[in-house]
Ligand binder design. Sequence first.
Ligand SMILES: [Ca+2]
Ligand SMILES: [Ca+2]
Length: 400
Amino acid sequence: MSTFFRPHQRLLAATCLAILAGCSSGPGNSAPAPQAASGPAGPYVIDEAGVFQEPWAMAFLPDGALLVTERAGTLQRVDADGHATAVASVPEVAYGGQGGLGDVALHPDFAGNRLVYLSYAEAGQGNTRGAAVARARLVDRPEGPALEDLEVIWRQVPKVRGQGHYAHRLLFGPDGHLWISSGDRQKFDPAQDMESSLGKLLRLNDDGSAPADNPFADQGGVAAQVWALGLRNPLGIDFDAEGRLWEVEMGPKGGDELNLIERGGNYGYPLVSNGDHYDGRPIPDHDTRPEFIAPVLDWTPVISPGALLVYKGEAFPQWRGNAFIAGLSSEALIRVELDGTMAHEAERIDLGGQRIRAVEQGPGGAIWVLEDGEGARLLRLGPPPPPEDQGTTPEVLPGT
Ligand SMILES: [Ca+2]
Ligand SMILES: [Ca+2]
């Protein structure tokens, strides 16, 4: 019986109820929007919707509830009434270092099949670890939510020692394929090895098999899963409204990257990077090797991108088509304006000086953010209520 309520989350239930209903914020549960560092930021209000322990990712269910992963191995369902309940029968995870329970994504036909996909670090033999992806049906039992019929559909190859750079971001694309970003596990060269899934972006069918039209399908094995290679720690992937796939990854010492992903593209790591190794050894910059695809944007000093959202909502029309990057060391939500295949950083939104782990678009186009670490807040950025409603009866926002 792993279903439980956390006292601090129950205390926040009343706040969350108002938030999930799209209500305006009252004293004590919102902060005035901070001034943007630059750029034409639209007004927004920030509401706190809960507190979690080392959260990593979130996904909205069709009924407005929210799934939140916590890295030690708990999947929380935050219901529309604000209560957080641990989902039973989550697979065992190898918690430690950067590893543990990772991403959560819904099957495109979740309403019909109730399939939830989870990524996590999995222990292997000889103190090795590797990312894995499992899918299971999310069911409601009398005693609480649970996963059933769990099956592992993908594993990183090979499992290696160490607890870093799993990446394991999950995304269902517009054509229904499952995309998995697979980090280099801090092993460098495997990012260029087509017999290893480390340092790659993978495109799979929903059952984990490799689509016949993948760029390296003819090579079979791991290569058949690969869409792009030469990545380091790709923690964010998302499509824009025109179907372009964008990726953010942590560089080494310097050189964080925003990449536009091309079919079969090689993004150069570890042969090139606009950063250098932590021990001071140089890595040739991207412009020395034009055969590798250079980033559209790169950052030195680094921002430490933890997640990527290309905004497609209604709540903030002025931000539609912008990329939002969860900034860890940069302790900000970073807004990047995309213009076709070009991009430039527009502003850094300070949400209280905390490391930002995740960003998602929620019902009605609100932007939801998870802080990083212990006692991390779940925040909702929504448009302010109309002026005549401020301080009066909460108003339900259109589309929520
Ligand atoms: Ca690169
Ligand atoms: Ca360099």
